[in-house]
Ligand binder design. Structure first.
Ligand code: PEP
Ligand code: MN
Length: 369
């Protein structure tokens, strides 16, 4: 695997998305009517909401559903801003929509999951925004592809956007048994954070959950993982919502959800107790690396023996035996089967590769002789 190139992230020293932690973006899935938006504006004026969202053009999977009010809803949002005193954000999926967002002085746009998957569209939007002060939130693409997500962020950075953040909204898959609408894959936002430590990362708990009863649990997980903010779809009358009705909550329910959140202490924190535990963990990790190295050394020896006996590198029965015994040992140590499988698949893949490399080297030496 090659090393990952990290473009320098130049964000505003005061990125608007860092004005508060957790930064809260709330509002309906879609702007449905002027009265709905004005009601939201009045309620949010009094609530700790940092930015108000509303979809104007709705990407719907299937035709024949409500596709948003379009341009006619943009003047409503101007009123929402005046009444609430809060910045507004909408989704844009094309350069025309980006130009309209600029024309109507929208404060922020988000790139939806069906758009961040398409570099042509992302570039088109980035070009339309170039030179503007627009703040941009980049949702993860529908598929779990960290390069596409990073790439969309980079296109915005290269266009000079500095008020920028990413949103984890989960990933779609065909899985009728899943409790989620879009499965969260926490390793991806964590990797994005590793690549761009300055980039604020949000969690859109509504599109992950797809239903109200999971919202609080996902929001808490996001707080525990030190996300910078939340996006939560909120509607004055969710049951009557024209899109995403099952996942939207009322402003009162939003208040309850926020009250129930345990906020974790941000940033570095010195504690002797943590330090002591970490020292033991560091020692153990060093032992793990040492032992994996020794295991690989034995695997190299094995390659020679297999060659001597003209045996194939991959031995099906042995692999089966490894999986069974290791998952069993894992269970005895409270380690889940799925984790043990992933761990040993990784180790076994590397063992196979090590043996291939070893054989290639041997053949190279033989050919020379
Ligand atoms: C939305 O936020 O309303 C939306 C359509 O989101 P996503 O792109 O995450 O599906
Ligand atoms: Mn929605």
């Amino acid at each position: 695997m090659g090393t990952i190139k990290n473009p320098v992230v130049h964000l505003r020293s005061m990125n608007i998305f860092q004005a508060n932690k957790p930064f809260l973006i709330a509002g309906p899935c879609s702007a449905e009517s002027e009265s709905q938006m004005i009601e939201i504006a009045h309620v949010f004026r009094e609530m700790p909401v940092n930015m108000i969202r509303a979809g104007i053009w709705k990407p719907r999977s299937r035709p024949g559903h409500f596709e948003g009010r379009g341009e006619m809803a943009l003047p409503w949002l101007k009123q929402v801003k005046e009444i609430s005193g809060k910045p507004i954000c909408i989704e844009v999926a094309s350069s025309e929509q980006a130009e309209l967002a600029l024309k109507f002085q929208i404060d922020a746009i988000w790139i939806g999951a069906r758009t961040s998957v398409n570099p042509f569209m992302v570039q088109e939007i980035a070009d339309a925004l170039k030179g503007s002060e627009m703040a941009v939130l980049v949702k993860n693409p529908v598929n779990p592809d960290i390069e596409l997500w990073s790439g969309a962020v980079e296109r915005m950075l290269e266009a000079g956007m500095t008020n920028i953040a990413a949103i984890h909204r989960g990933f779609s898959a065909y899985d009728p048994t899943s409790v989620y609408r879009n499965k969260p894959m926490w390793a991806l936002p964590i990797e994005l954070h590793r690549r761009y430590p300055e980039l604020p990362i949000f969690c859109d708990i509504s599109h992950i959950s797809g239903k109200r009863n999971l919202l609080a649990e996902i929001a808490q997980r996001a707080m525990d993982l030190d996300f910078d903010g939340l996006m939560i779809e909120t509607h004055p009358d969710p049951d009557q919502a024209l899109s995403d009705s099952a996942q939207q909550i009322t402003p009162i329910q939003l208040g309850q959800l926020l009250d129930g959140l345990t906020l974790r202490r941000a940033g570095k924190f010195d504690s002797l107790e943590i330090e002591q535990i970490r020292q033991v963990i560091d020692t153990m990790d060093a032992e793990v690396v040492d032992i994996v190295g020794k295991r690989m050394e034995l695997v190299r020896q094995l390659a020679h023996v297999k060659l001597k006996h003209n045996m194939p590198i991959f031995q099906k029965e042995r692999w089966q035996e490894i999986i069974e015994s290791r998952t069993h040992w894992g269970l005895k140590n409270q380690l889940k089967e799925k984790f043990m499988l992933r761990l040993f698949e990784l180790i076994h893949d590397q063992s196979i590769q090590t043996q291939i490399d070893e054989l290639q080297q041997l053949q190279h030496i033989e050919n020379k002789d």
